[in-house]
Design a protein around this ligand. Structure first.
Ligand code: DX5
Ligand code: ZN
Length: 222
C-alpha cells in the first residue's frame, strides 16, 4: 500500500478553513479532529462544519472522532461527507456493530487507540476495520511531542495486520514531523497524520510532499 499523508486542520486557521484546506492540495485525505470536550478536554466542531468543509474541497475527508458516544454520533459524519470515520476503542460500546454500520453507509470504518491502549484485544477483530489509528500523543491537542513508546506498538500492529491479511491501513496520529515520520514508516505505518508540522511550515503543501517522500523512502512495505 502506498504511503498516504492525511494532514490535520486542528492547527490551521479556523477563521479560514476553506482557504486552509486549499493550501494542502497534495494531501491524500483531510484529517478532521472532532472533539466533544468529554472524551478529550477540548471542543472543536461537529457535522455542520464537516459538511461545509466537504463542500469546499474535492479531497476526501477522514473524520477522527474523539467523542464519548460514537455509537450514536458516528453515522452523521458519513452523512456530512466523510469517506473515512475513526472512532475510539475506549469510547465505543459495540465496535463491530459500529464498524459494520459505517461500512454499510459506504465509509471506511476505523478504530482509534490511545497511546496506552493495547492492540492485542482487537487482534481477532482486525478484519472488521479498514484502518487502525494509533495515537502517538494523548488525544486532545495538536503540537504535542511525539511519544516514542508508540513505535513498538506500530511494529506489533503491523505484525498483526500481516497475520490477518486484508488491506488494513495503519495510521499514526500525533507529533508526526520530518523528525519522527521515518521511524514510524520503518516500523510499518503507511498513513500519517501531521497537523502542526504541516501548518507551521511556510509552504504546507511542500511539507506534505516532503513527509510523503521521507515516509516512502523509509517504508519497508514496498
Ligand atoms: C490530537 C489529534 C491529532 C493532532 C495532530 O488529538 O487527533 O490529529 O491534531 O496534530 P500534530 O501533528 O500537531 O500532533
Ligand atoms: Zn487526529
Amino acid at each position: 500500500m502506498a504511503v498516504q499523508i492525511t494532514p490535520s486542520i486542528l492547527n490551521a486557521d479556523f477563521a479560514a478553513l476553506g482557504a486552509e484546506v486549499a493550501r494542502i492540495a497534495s494531501a491524500d485525505w483531510v484529517h478532521l479532529d472532532v472533539m466533544d470536550n468529554h472524551f478529550v478536554p477540548n471542543l472543536t466542531f461537529g457535522p455542520a462544519m464537516v459538511e461545509a468543509i466537504a463542500q469546499s474541497t474535492d479531497l476526501p475527508l477522514d473524520a477522527h472522532l474523539m467523542i464519548d458516544d460514537p455509537d450514536r454520533e458516528a453515522p452523521a459524519y458519513v452523512e456530512a461527507g466523510c469517506g473515512s470515520v475513526t472512532f475510539h476503542a475506549e469510547a465505543t460500546r459495540a465496535p463491530v456493530r459500529l464498524a459494520r454500520e459505517l461500512r454499510a453507509l459506504g465509509a471506511r470504518a476505523c478504530l482509534g487507540l490511545r497511546p496506552a491502549t493495547s492492540i492485542e484485544p482487537y487482534a481477532d477483530l482486525l478484519p472488521e476495520f479498514d484502518t487502525i489509528l494509533l495515537m502517538s500523543v494523548e488525544p486532545g491537542f495538536g503540537g504535542q511531542r511525539f511519544l516514542d513508546v508508540v513505535v513498538s506498538k506500530i511494529r506489533r500492529a503491523r505484525e498483526l495486520i500481516e497475520r490477518h491479511g486484508g488491506e488494513i491501513w495503519l495510521q499514526v496520529d500525533g507529533g508526526v514531523s520530518p523528525d519522527t515520520i521515518e521511524r514510524c514508516a520503518e516500523a510499518g505505518a503507511d498513513v500519517f497524520v501531521a497537523g502542526s508540522a504541516v501548518y507551521s511550515a511556510d509552504d504546507p503543501d511542500a511539507m506534505v510532499r516532503r513527509l510523503r517522500d521521507l515516509a516512502t523512502a523509509a517504508s519497508r512495505l514496498g
